[in-house]
Design a protein around this ligand. Structure first.
Ligand code: FES
Ligand code: FES
Length: 164
């Protein structure tokens, strides 16, 4: 099958590659580009472990063809920490508030939480629960995930306030 030429900005890097038109974005990321943060947790588009940020929207990368990311900006969990390794506020909050156990859902969950806080910087508990409803966690019972996202929202607001 003829391969497509795909160019994208991935975690602030320009990437060019070839992929079969039927290849899914999750497989392009993990198997071809070595970006293994997004996971495959189901084959029914339910779990959200594969969540990435695509052109400013959370998407399940198992439901998107690699070719649809041509020309796009994609961020995965690998793109969240600063270049010097300083963790993103959300990563710190998940660590501090025990927002993970096995960690399988965590890259997708944090990537989703990132976009949720861009869309709504001051979410209520129910906004957070609704906002992450496409991401399943089999371990934590969600309570500490919700706490971590709320704590990150507070931290981001105080940083913004201090800078104003
Ligand atoms: S792998 Fe489960 S939703 Fe994508
Ligand atoms: S921490 Fe194990 S699935 Fe969420």
């Amino acid at each position: 099958m003829a391969k497509m030429h795909i160019k994208l900005k991935l975690n602030n890097r320009d990437v060019e590659t070839l992929a079969e038109p039927r290849m899914l974005l999750i497989h392009l990321l993990r198997e071809q580009l070595g970006v293994t943060g997004p996971h495959v947790g189901c084959d029914t588009s339910h779990c959200g472990a594969c969540t990435v940020d695509l052109n400013g929207k959370s998407v399940k990368s198992c439901t998107v063809f690699a070719g649809q990311a041509n020309g796009a900006t994609v961020m995965t969990i690998e793109g969240m920490a600063a270049a010097d390794g300083t963790l993103h506020v959300l990563q710190e909050a998940f660590r501090e508030h025990h927002g993970l156990q096995c960690g399988f859902c965590t890259p997708g969950m944090i990537t989703r939480a990132y976009r949720l806080l861009q869309e709504n910087p001051n979410p209520s508990e129910s906004d957070i629960r609704f906002g992450i409803s496409g991401n399943l966690c089999r371990c934590t019972g969600y309570q500490n995930i919700v706490k971590a996202i709320r704590a990150a929202a507070d931290r981001m607001a105080s940083v913004k306030e201090a800078a104003a």
